[in-house]
Design a protein around this ligand. Structure first.
Ligand SMILES: [Mn+2]
Length: 327
């Protein structure tokens, strides 16, 4: 019998702003005996093509997460009471050697997954999704990838470099990590290099729900497409914070106008509560361009909503099925 999960300290006893920051003031991994969900930082931005700085993302998101509370009414769940959620610290990434950094991410992710944890990884730039997918598929086999981003991230190379933050999902597709029948991007917008970028992307196994689709058809229609695409397959969620409009996430490296609101994205993430969510990441938070923790707070809440979606639920009571806010 496992001991009861240890949550954050009472905010009425220990002020939220006191002490070193862990995600949501949760215990560190060395303070508990098991981890059902591990929040893992990856302070790496060696793969960025435009504004650097996402290496400072994990620390900033932790600092911005101090106000997260224990009960989430939107999902009717207490995510820190029904599963042991821990802060697993940061991967030690080589800032000068991309392949070595990716190996380090994969190694640490595998260790945590082998210990029985699901991962919520905080980036870091989007390059890190590739080693995370390598680790997750080693455990679960091919996964459906649901990728929230302004950008496709299925380009081939930049300046001859194959491992960058614009290429992780092409590499993942080439390595057979993603289920080509069930993977998708949401929130895509803005100009690309050529129309053929979308043909390449389709060939690699992704369907696309664009940001304009969300505006014209609505969040519910986008969630319906997501559910239809993913079904009951094991699903990995990757959130590039630039899927949000720069008004909601200025602190990121490759901003594009016309993005989702934080509210829209939070509703979409709640859909994963009754899907087979195996692990997730939130990446591309670059605090140097953030103001008043706008992006950090958004990323903290996105992570929280994903942790809530991972929480075990009591057996469903069919009479209590009417929960419109679960979208
Ligand atoms: Mn991206």
């Amino acid at each position: 019998m496992s001991p009861d999960p240890i949550g954050p300290p009472e905010a009425t006893q220990v002020p939220r702003y006191a002490g070193p920051a862990t995600f949501a003031r949760l215990p560190r991994i060395d303070q508990v005996t098991r981890a059902d969900v591990a929040v893992l930082g990856v302070p790496f931005d060696g793969g960025v093509s435009y504004r650097p700085g996402a290496r400072f993302g994990p620390g900033h998101v932790r600092e911005s997460s101090r106000l997260l509370r224990q009960y989430n009414p939107a999902q009717d769940v207490s995510p820190f009471a029904t599963q042991q959620v821990v802060d697993a610290g940061d991967v030690t990434c080589n800032p000068f050697d991309i392949p070595e950094a990716l190996d380090a991410v994969e190694r640490q992710a595998r260790e945590l997954l082998d210990g029985g944890a699901r991962l919520l990884t905080i980036g870091g730039d989007h390059t890190v999704a590739l080693p995370l997918l390598r680790a997750v598929t080693a455990r679960h086999g091919q996964v459906a990838v649901v990728h929230f981003d302004a950008h496709l991230d299925t380009w081939d190379t930049y300046f001859g470099a194959a491992y960058t933050h614009g290429t992780p999902f092409r590499r993942a597709a080439e390595e057979g990590l993603i289920d080509p029948e069930a993977s998708m991007h949401l929130g895509i917008r803005g100009p690309v290099y050529a129309r053929s970028d979308f043909d390449d992307d389709t060939r690699l196994g992704f369907s696309v729900v664009t940001a304009p689709f969300v505006e014209l058809e609505g969040v519910a229609a986008a969630v319906e497409r997501l559910r239809a695409r993913v079904g009951d397959r094991p699903v990995y969620v990757s959130v590039d914070v630039d899927v949000l409009d720069p008004a909601f996430a200025p602190g990121t490296g490759t901003p594009e106008a016309g993005g989702l609101t934080t509210r829209e994205l939070l509703v979409m993430l709640r859909a994963f509560a009754d899907l087979n969510l195996v692990s997730a990441d939130v990446v591309e938070v670059a605090p140097a361009y953030d103001h008043a923790q706008i992006t950090g707070i958004a990323a903290a809440h996105l992570g929280y909503e994903l942790i809530c979606a991972m929480a075990p639920r009591p057996p469903a009571d069919p009479a209590a099925k009417i929960q419109p806010e679960r979208a």
